[in-house]
Design a protein around this ligand. Structure first.
Ligand code: FAD
Length: 486
């Protein structure tokens, strides 16, 4: 970049990086240009196509409001433009850039297939007008494609990926970038031209605090205390011992790098020992990274395809009543039902329970994981495509490094193990509150009738046998078909 750029205007395109701290694109724009403005393109029809639900939309748009205030303090105007689709982005950006004499666009890359296509189209359209296009990375720590096996392939298994990631991280600078300083004589844009930020219902403010400042504060509080017991308590939903930072990471109100930085600092800058809890939490962050790299290496997962071809032709049941019972928390399995209530009421579900309900849908009910993935997308505040897809394909046994199809969680055993006193169940299913700590995990048919709670939707042993048989046969048939094709 030449010193001439200092005399020109930069445009920073915010997407799922709604923050001012540790923001590579914003930092670079502010370093290189005197005048800086921001833009956000709101594309609700594209969200419809991606099954993005109102909880995530609400959380994201509220953070956009928060970002506008933060940028205002830096004397950087944020223009919000509404268009229908990603494919409308190039025209909107070029128009805005020409209007304000923008010389360079800065952005942090996104890695999903549609997002990559959108960004390529924007790059071409802007460069055609002589406008520079500068892409940084903030969605992952390491650039996808840089953590590979010895023969240059993307990892399909988490443990060696983690090992390679840690090795690569040895010389990596995790220090977050500071917030840029306030611009002096910046570009002025009228309030009308900045555009309004749409309001979306429902309002989940009673569940989720909005703001980058809150997210950073919550991270710091977590690494001072709960992180050290994370390994011991993270699987117990009633203890609420996980960070609950996923929604902030999903909209980029918090940077992934800052999470690594704080957790490593709490762990004496070690990925492994010192505090088992901190090391375990860092491993979860690496799972996030793993699923992002996997999505880039195997973009078929963005196209609703099973990662493992062996299970690409499971004859899933078409069972709308069973699906509705699962969605509404009426399966007769208290832990599953309580978890689904948590999701619908709060837009979030504890990780252990995500695995339990996803396995229940795909194994006990033999319903396609894509149905569950879509339902989650429509309700999760923390919706993140690669983590959601990775979690669903893991639970359905169709994914990379997934749970084997014959290892099926027993929802009653999971309940006895991870909610031993039924505290979580009692909170979300108050109709069962009077049951003993023993029977709350599996009310008898008579207890269920008395309390107005549904009978079990399917018998556990029957369902497990059916699932194993179905997966085994589908795998054999697929392998036979592959052999015949060779
Ligand atoms: P913590 O336990 O505090 O972990 C810290 C961070 O690590 C999380 O915020 C998250 O960013 C990351 N992380 C933790 N576990 C995982 C994991 N298994 N995979 C990927 N990243 C992980 N996570 C999402 O962020 N968005 C989703 O849409 C999503 N959908 C999921 C669907 C299913 C079926 C399953 C099984 C998991 C899904 N996860 C998803 C992963 C995980 O459940 C959540 O990240 C976690 O529950 C968030 O809570 P937390 O912030 O308290 O996590």
């Amino acid at each position: 970049m030449t010193s001439d750029t200092n005399k020109t205007t930069a445009l920073v395109w915010f997407r799922r990086d709604l923050r001012v701290y540790d923001h590579p694109a914003l930092t670079e724009a502010c370093r290189n240009h005197k005048q800086v403005m921001g833009v956000y393109l709101h594309t609700p029809t594209q969200w419809d196509r991606h099954d993005v639900g109102n909880n995530h939309r609400w959380f994201l748009l509220e953070h956009l409001r928060d970002l506008r205030q933060s940028l205002d303090k830096l004397n950087i105007p944020l223009v919000v433009i509404s268009r229908k689709l990603f494919s409308d982005s190039a025209e909107a950006l070029v128009k805005l850039a020409l209007k304000h004499d923008v010389s360079h666009l800065y952005l942090n890359g996104e890695w999903e297939v549609n997002e990559l296509e959108r960004d390529s189209a924007c790059k071409a359209a802007l460069e055609k007008e002589g406008i520079g296009f500068h892409k940084s990375n903030d969605q992952t720590i390491m650039l996808p494609g840089t953590i590979t096996t010895n023969d240059g392939h993307y990892y399909k298994v988490f443990t060696p990926f983690r090992k390679a990631f840690i090795k690569a991280a040895q010389g990596f600078d995790f220090d977050p970038l500071p917030r840029p300083s306030r611009r002096k004589d910046n570009i002025t844009i009228s309030e009308r031209d900045q555009g309004s930020i749409p309001k979306v219902k429902p309002d989940l403010k009673s569940e989720w605090t909005i703001g980058e400042a809150h997210a950073r504060h919550a991270l710091k509080a977590f690494v001072q205390k709960e992180i050290f017991d994370y390994k011991r308590y993270r699987d117990f939903p009633a203890l609420d011992n996980t960070s609950r930072l996923s929604p902030y990471l999903a909209v980029g109100a918090l940077s992934l790098r800052e999470c690594f930085y704080e957790a490593l600092r709490a762990n004496d800058y070690s990925f492994e020992g010192v505090s088992e809890g901190a090391a375990c939490w860092v491993s979860e962050l690496i799972w996030r990274e793993f699923y992002k790299h996997l999505m880039v290496g195997f973009p078929k997962v963005c196209k609703h395809r099973a990662f493992n071809a062996d299970y690409s032709k499971i004859p899933w049941r078409s069972a709308s009543k069973d699906f509705a019972a699962w969605c509404e928390g009426r399966t007769g399995y208290p832990l599953v039902d309580a978890a689904m209530k948590q999701l619908v009421q709060e837009g979030w579900m504890h990780n252990r329970l995500r695995m339990v309900v996803a396995m229940f849908l795909t194994k006990h009910l033999l319903i396609d994981w894509r149905e569950g993935e879509r339902f989650f997308a429509r309700h999760l505040v923390d919706l993140d495509f690669s983590a959601n897809n990775g979690g669903w394909q893991w639970s359905a046994s169709t994914g990379a490094d997934a749970a084997p199809y014959f290892r099926i969680f027993n929802p009653v055993r999971q309940s006895e193990r991870f909610d031993p006193d039924g505290e979580f169940i009692r909170h979300y299913l108050p109709e069962l509150a009077s049951l003993s700590n023993k029977s709350i995990h599996a009310p008898s048919p008579m207890e269920a009738t008395d309390l107005g709670y549904p009978q079990v939707i399917t018998d556990h042993s029957f369902a497990v046998d059916r699932a194993k048989q179905t997966f085994r046969t589908a795998k054999e048939q697929q392998q036979y078909a592959t052999e015949q094709a060779v």
